[in-house]
Ligand binder design. Structure first.
Ligand SMILES: [Zn+2]
Length: 294
């Protein structure tokens, strides 16, 4: 299934010295199926996984990144793969409820089977008010499968409004309703990551990280109160993110890199040419913010 297209000598990078102050790529995917500004073909997604793996990148969730809660083999680099919008070809099930072959999850699972060092540890941001993964009947089993694989689920608001265009009460409803349904679908799971629709912050900006909403989830129902406190808020795109181990990380505005051509190759080549800019693990556990800012 995989057409690597990589020269054999690229398969093993030279050993890299630990660099706990280096940068981390938080990648973002939207649609799958064909190559576009917001889309990645499955063939290119296969190549992305192979290329990252061969260059010594190892996947961690956004939650692990911000908490510093990851211990990777010495010489490897964490990378965060995020998936926004719960689009149709991210996660598909067959009518019988099995993972269908034509989805990003199936491609990653197949890759992880032959490359166990690159497990399905991604972060999926969904909008509960939309047709999540375009298969209403399977929303909960899909989210539960992602969690079982070691992935993370995050809030992307209820129905993907531009938060800047809403009143503070409207912002609270958008985030709160998203949080409400995610919590109802995953009752034992704490949502700690939030993705801003269009990368646009609300006013006041602090509502994206923490807040509360009281309202009715349906007419005639008793009002509910929902609170949220997110440890990671991500933007849409720009460049790599800072090391989470260095004090002062702005967890309320984390930059991401959109995976399309030529953006992804640009940053892969950038870190190949400037390995000193790259976070390199020393094989030991650490906590977020332990290194003083310089
Ligand atoms: Zn989105």
């Amino acid at each position: 299934m995989l057409a690597l297209g990589l020269p054999a000598m690229a398969a093993r990078p030279a050993a890299l010295r630990p660099n706990l102050r280096g940068e981390v790529m938080i990648l973002v995917y939207h649609n799958f199926g064909k190559e576009a500004r917001w889309g990645r073909s499955f063939a290119n997604f296969d190549r992305d996984l192979a290329r990252l793996d061969a260059a010594g990148y190892r996947p961690i969730t956004l939650r692990q990144y911000v908490s510093g809660d990851f211990t990777l083999p010495a010489g490897t680099t964490p990378v965060v793969l995020t998936f926004d919008d719960g689009s149709k070809y991210q996660v598909r099930f067959t009518p019988a409820g099995q993972v269908a072959p034509d989805c990003a999850l199936a491609h990653w699972m197949a890759f992880a089977k032959t490359h166990p060092e690159f497990p399905v540890h991604g972060t999926f941001f969904v909008n509960p008010g939309t047709d999540v993964f375009a298969q209403r009947a399977f929303i909960e089993p899909k989210l539960q499968l992602l969690l079982r694989l070691g992935s993370e689920i995050g809030n992307h608001t209820y129905d993907h409004d531009n938060l800047r265009k809403l009143t503070p009460a409207g912002v609270e409803r958008e985030i709160g309703l998203g949080q409400y349904f995610l919590t109802r679908w995953l009752p034992d799971y704490a949502i700690t990551s939030f993705s801003l629709p269009y990368g646009v912050a609300p006013r006041p900006g602090g509502l994206a990280a923490a807040g509360a909403w009281t309202g009715r989830v349906a007419p005639g129902r008793a009002p509910v109160t929902v609170t949220w406190h997110y440890s990671a808020v991500v933007l849409v795109g720009s460049g790599p993110a800072a090391s989470p181990l260095v004090a002062g990380l702005n967890r309320a505005r984390l930059p991401r890199i959109q995976v399309f051509h030529p953006e992804f190759s640009y940053w892969m080549n950038y870190f190949a040419r400037h390995p000193q800019r790259r976070f390199i693990s020393d094989g030991r556990p650490h906590t977020a913010g332990v290194l003083p800012a310089r």
